[in-house]
Write a protein that binds this ligand. Structure first.
Ligand SMILES: Nc1ncnc2c1ncn2[C@@H]1O[C@H](COP(=O)(O)OP(=O)(O)O)[C@@H](O)[C@H]1O
Ligand SMILES: O=C(O)[C@@H](O)C(=O)COP(=O)(O)O
Length: 420
């Protein structure tokens, strides 16, 4: 294994696994596998890039640091020469963490400084300019992310936001330096004394320049965009052979579960509703125990072949009201358990194609399914690949970040998950 990734959630893990497996033309990317949690055994010998998916984005800081260091040790034991700490392209975190504390702990463990921090993902509209994060043409704090149920992003100045979370100062490399090329970026980073350095990037070419500048950095942090050029570094120097990705999938009964409350997911649900059976999960009734996963199973199994979708996704007002009634963590924990239980029963009942919307929700589902490692297949939409679990009865999965995907994502994903 050459390149190791520690991802703070499961959709984020498949996002960056997709980027690394895809690489850049004409060489393509690395042979990539996604692991669900820190594996207990060694990876297969032919894996060139390993992505360890954690569910550490919103857990207490100390636990996130401990889990990330556990993942680091496993990846180093597999031979990785470079480690990426992958977090969200919308920098999902609170003033307490977890991006800063985990980034600093990894930097300390690897004894490095001037570590790049760049959440830019231009393909999904995320750009960083003057250390401010934009989502398409809006500042982060006006993009809808200010209403996120767990990590409301109210400050677009990510240098300032990160500084709340760190022990040491946070540096910045501006776009004009990036535009001067890889050597200038490398020299500018080398002259810095900060542990973490926000680097501006507004295009894929900027990310390729940064990737080339940090080819010999032991630690890199960012969104999936920061990995655009990293596979190529290993291919260029002959350590990896290059791989153009492969078509994988599985036929069989399908289900769509959505726990994301993002504007993009709610829009996709509205589009899906027009022509497909949908079930709105009443969160209040889930909290009181009146609605159980059996309601969802009955609905999904009664609608196989019609792309059935069950969702808890609510508007910002609905989310606020339910959180005020029961508490933010309590609602999230209950819904995680609800979706996990639902997914487990669905797979036991024969579902082989599963689409999940939402990072926390995907983490809960995939952890419950205990799928081990996943192979990365073709891209469905930017940041969302087809995933296929190992074993005798594989499941084809699409784990969609709340904010990703086109309006018709759900139908498109179910089609791409098919083997035929
Ligand atoms: N109607 C709702 N009210 C309150 N919280 C909700 C509701 N539906 C889902 N949630 C919670 O909101 C969070 C959404 O996070 P996540 O699944 O990561 O989506 P995203 O990818 O959009 O961030 C989860 O913790 C989920 O349990
Ligand atoms: O970087 C991104 O935007 C995604 O890969 C990601 O991490 C998404 O997180 P969720 O929106 O919580 O799914």
């Amino acid at each position: 294994m050459l390149l190791g990734v520690i991802a703070d959630d499961f959709t984020g893990a498949s996002d960056i696994a997709n980027t690394i497996a895809k690489g850049v033309a004409p060489n393509g990317g690395l042979r990539t596998a996604q692991f669900l949690g820190v594996p207990k055994t060694a990876a297969a010998a032919d894996v060139e890039a390993g992505v360890v998916a954690l569910k550490s984005r919103t857990i207490p800081v100390e636990e996130a640091v401990a889990q990330s260091l556990g993942a680091l040790n496993w990846l180093l034991a597999q031979g990785c020469r470079q480690i990426v700490f992958k977090y969200c392209s919308t920098f999902d975190s609170t003033r307490d963490g977890n991006i800063g504390p985990v980034g600093e702990a990894l930097a300390d463990a690897l004894d490095v400084k001037s570590v790049v921090a760049c959440p830019a993902f231009p393909g999904a509209g995320r750009t960083v300019y003057m250390a401010h994060l934009f989502v398409h043409d809006r500042l982060l704090s006006e993009s809808g992310m200010q209403n996120h149920p767990l990590t409301p992003m109210t400050d677009p100045d990510i240098r300032r936001w990160l500084r709340y979370q760190t022990r040491s100062s946070v540096g910045h490399v501006a776009l004009d330096t990036v535009r001067k090329g890889a050597e200038e970026v490398a020299a500018t980073l080398a002259a810095k004394d900060d542990t973490l350095v926000i680097v501006d990037a507004i295009s894929d070419q900027d990310l390729i320049t940064i990737g080339s500048a940090i080819a010999d950095h032991k630690l890199v942090t960012g969104g999936s965009g920061i990995a655009i050029g990293l596979a190529e570094n290993f291919i260029r120097c002959g350590l990896a052979t290059g791989n153009s990705g492969r078509l994988i999938g599985r036929d069989g009964p399908e289900a769509i579960l959505a726990g994301s409350c993002s504007g993009a997911t709610r829009g996709q649900i509205d589009v899906h509703k027009r022509n497909h059976p949908t079930l709105a999960i009443d969160v209040d009734k889930v909290m009181s125990g009146e609605t159980t996963s059996d309601h969802v199973i009955e609905f999904i199994t009664g609608n196989h072949g019609e792309a059935p979708l069950a969702y808890s996704s609510g508007t910002p007002e609905e989310v606020k009201a339910i959180q005020a009634k029961y508490g933010r963590e309590e609602v999230a924990a209950k819904l995680d358990a609800f979706f996990a239980d639902t997914a487990l029963k669905l797979v036991r009942s024969g579902v082989t194609r599963l689409v999940v919307a939402g990072g926390e929700t995907s983490g809960a589902v995939v952890s419950a399914l205990d799928l081990g490692s996943l192979t990365i297949g073709q891209e469905i939409d930017p940041g969302v690949p087809v995933l296929l679990s190992d074993g005798e009865k594989p499941i084809a999965l699409a784990l969609k970040s709340g904010n990703f995907g086109s309006a018709d994502f759900f139908v498109k994903a179910l089609k791409r998950l098919k083997a035929s």
